[in-house]
Design a protein around this ligand. Structure first.
Ligand SMILES: C[S@@+](CC[C@H](N)C(=O)[O-])C[C@H]1O[C@@H](n2cnc3c(N)ncnc32)[C@H](O)[C@@H]1O
Length: 688
């Protein structure tokens, strides 16, 4: 960031994650490195012709799409003859995981449109005193339907057929990229109409891959689905042959006791709290209390000494959202990895499920409202606005879609009195739980005018989509109070989600490196976990469990009366104090005064070593190498050792060994309790 300042008003060259090259004068950038270029052009490379320069003028590039940015040496650049230079177009950035699909998010979305209007109408944010006078520019007059190409989501057999053809190319015997192929077949199933030949053939093709991967039961299930979807008679003989082969192979496996689909759940067993729980809050250890102060807002303290390894909270989320890149891999409702047997929602082209039961539950709880707009939501927004919508739809479901009852309750609610630690969770209904979500921190008064206006703009788009396309249009009718309620809920949760959202993780096998990495497949709202404040030198850590709950584990000793500190992704060993300060102020709206910020703890490589003559030594890199291989047995052996060591050295903070040991301890915990992808079993039969 600080490096970028020196580039302002100079010519820069930018390579984006999707492999494009932009050149222009850097006019400005913000904290997430969204940049504005003037007099810009795109350079399009080709092996058969010179470099084409497409003039763009004023152009905005989103920070999360920028891979490389550098100042251009104009004296060298101006001497180049672009007509004679040949170059391979860059490959788009590949996802680190092999088990994801393409994001639905488009390059020009709601944020870009907002930024465009803002740049035009509010060139100087500081001098705009009353931005709300200009509200209409953003909400009424903005042509966002056209600009964002909003349109109802419809099944499309032609598209289904095209995507299936792409899948067939991956299936080719010389390519053998079966997982890529199956993702295409799943997408093809999602686009196809019910009972269509396109759907039947996609199921049949999926059965073909299951057969190659020795997943015979799933092969037979796909053959059943293909038949149910009117598989054409002219191709039936191939299907029947595969069915016979799969049945025979299954019989052989059964007689040998082989289970090649390997869904064994080898893990650390049921995780429990380390202390007795609150009588009315069984998710939380009795020794934790919720306090409140002017500086910290609400925060959690312990009334007894806690040790590293203690499990103090295990919470189930109020609602969850699967990331769009997993839509053809995991069930949209239970998140189970079901790449071989997903079935589609019959109305949209996004949601897929592992069973009809999950489909019904999703429909009841949130998809009934979201279905007509979910594709557009993912197209034009990032995950935060989509999660905000999920909070709102789940809340509305908890009121059985009775918006009058919801409005009455919320207008009478004394927000100050809602206390998630004092509520009786043993009898709480979803409505009661929603109260604890409703009062999560918004930081409204600390947000700048641009931030607030952007959220109003997003709210307007979401509300209009809901009223135009979903049941909520009928439910709200002409009652302005109800559409105002909708507005308020969306706006509120666009703010709470930004501050309180938690990521959910699983372990994914990386076939090229032959090791496991943590991946983030979903986001969720946990009202109790949301009471934990941040420290850049945290003393607790979060671990996602198999059953979607999240556990809070103490990661170094906490004395009686001490506050429990989570880390919001800005750790002192990885980011400088200046970087952390900027990010925390931008997203969380506070100035951190944790021990790392006050004492300016150094980055990892400059941390002091602890006195190993007193505490003994552990071989950090050897343990790390063992843990990335993901042996449950080894993690179970290491966990108590690491825990003892951490309790021994935990007071020596910020020692290099202490920070490393915290990481190793967390990793061991994750191996034992995190969900793990079954993908490692795929690659012995195909190419990644
Ligand atoms: C997830 S909430 C934590 C609970 C929050 N204090 C509350 O009352 O709801 C995150 C928000 O808490 C506040 N916060 C978190 N950590 C803090 C800290 N170390 N010092 C001051 N405020 C903090 C900020 O307003 C932040 O946006």
């Amino acid at each position: 960031m600080s490096g970028l300042e020196s580039y302002v008003n100079n010519t820069v060259s930018i390579i984006t994650a999707d492999g494009r090259n932009f050149v222009g004068t850097l006019k400005g950038f913000d904290q997430t490195v969204n940049v504005i270029l003037d007099e810009s052009h795109e350079r399009v490379y080709s092996m058969t012709a010179g470099i084409e320069q497409v003039v763009l003028g004023l152009h905005i590039i989103r920070g999360d799409n920028i891979a490389i940015i550098g100042q251009l040496d104009e004296s060298v650049d101006s001497k180049l003859d672009f007509t004679t230079i040949r170059g391979m177009p860059l490959e788009p950035h590949k996802f680190s995981s092999f088990v994801m699909c393409d994001s639905l998010e488009e390059k020009f979305g709601a944020w870009e449109l907002f930024e465009e209007i803002w740049q035009k109408e509010m060139p100087d944010e500081d001098v705009v005193e009353n931005i709300y006078d200009k509200l209409d520019l953003f909400v009424k007059d903005s042509p966002f339907h056209d600009r964002l190409k909003l349109c109802p989501d419809v099944k499309d057999n032609a598209k289904a057929s095209n995507i299936r053809t792409r899948g067939n190319q991956f299936f080719h015997p010389k390519v053998k990229r079966y997982i890529e192929a199956i993702k295409c077949y799943n997408e093809s199933i999602a686009f196809s109409e019910k009972g269509s030949e396109e759907r039947a053939i996609a199921y049949a093709n999926r059965s073909m891959i299951c057969y190659e991967l020795h997943r015979y039961e799933e092969c037979l299930e796909n053959i059943r689905l293909a038949r149910e979807s009117n598989y054409p008679d002219r191709l039936m003989s191939k299907l029947i042959k595969r069915e016979e082969d799969a049945k025979k192979a299954l019989q052989v496996n059964n007689s040998k006791g082989v289970n090649d689909s390997d869904d064994s759940t080898d893990y650390g067993g049921e995780l429990k709290l380390s202390y007795s729980a609150h009588e009315t809050v069984p998710q939380v250890a009795e020794c934790l209390n919720l306090c409140e102060s002017k500086n910290f807002g609400r925060y959690v303290v312990t009334n007894q000494d806690l040790n590293a390894g203690d499990v103090v909270i295990i919470e189930r989320p109020f609602c969850r959202l699967l990331r769009d890149v997993y839509r053809c891999i995991r069930c949209d409702y239970c998140f189970k990895e079901s790449i071989f047997t997903l079935i589609p929602c019959e109305s949209c082209t996004v949601a897929m499920y592992c069973t009809v039961e999950c489909m019904d539950k999703a429909h009841k709880q949130y998809h009934r409202i979201e279905c007509p707009i979910i594709r557009d939501m993912w197209r034009i927004f990032t995950k935060l606005p989509v999660l905000s919508l999920r909070v709102v739809t789940t809340a509305i479901h908890s009121y059985d879609y009775n918006l009058h009852a919801m409005m009455e309750h919320l207008s009478d609610l004394n927000e100050k009195k809602v206390n998630a630690f004092a509520m009786d969770w043993t009898t709480a209904t979803m409505r009661d739980i929603y109260d604890t979500v409703h009062v999560l921190e918004t930081n409204t008064n600390l947000r700048g005018s641009k931030d607030r206006m952007m959220r109003v703009f997003f709210t307007t788009i979401i509300r209009k989509l809901l009223l135009e396309r979903t049941d909520l249009g009928n439910i709200c009718g002409l009652d302005v109070n109800l559409s105002e309620l909708l507005d308020n809920l969306i706006l509120r949760h666009l703010q709470t989600s930004a501050v309180n959202m938690h990521s959910m993780h699983y372990m994914e096998y990386q076939p090229t490196e032959k090791l496991y990495e943590i991946e983030n497949h979903a986001s969720a709202c946990f009202p109790l976990l949301s009471m934990l404040n941040h420290s850049c030198a945290p003393n607790v850590t979060r671990v996602s469990l198999f059953d979607d709950r999240c556990a809070v584990i103490v990661s170094r000793p906490i004395p009686k009366g001490g506050q429990l500190y989570d880390n919001y992704g800005m750790h002192h060993s990885l980011m400088t104090r200046k970087e952390r300060k900027l990010d925390l102020a931008k997203q969380y709206k506070f100035v951190c005064k944790c021990e790392a910020c006050i004492n300016d703890y150094p980055l990892y490589h400059d941390l002091p070593s602890i006195d190993t003559t007193r505490h003994g030594m552990i071989d950090i890199s050897a343990i790390h190498e063992e843990l990335v291989l993901h042996s449950v047995k080894r993690a179970a052996e290491l966990l108590p050792k690491l825990r003892r060591y951490l309790n021994d050295i935990g007071h020596e903070y910020p020692g290099k060994e202490t920070c490393s040991c915290q990481e190793l301890f967390k990793r061991s915990f994750e191996i034992l309790y995190n969900p793990t992808s079954e993908s490692a079993s795929y690659w012995k039969y195909c190419n990644p």
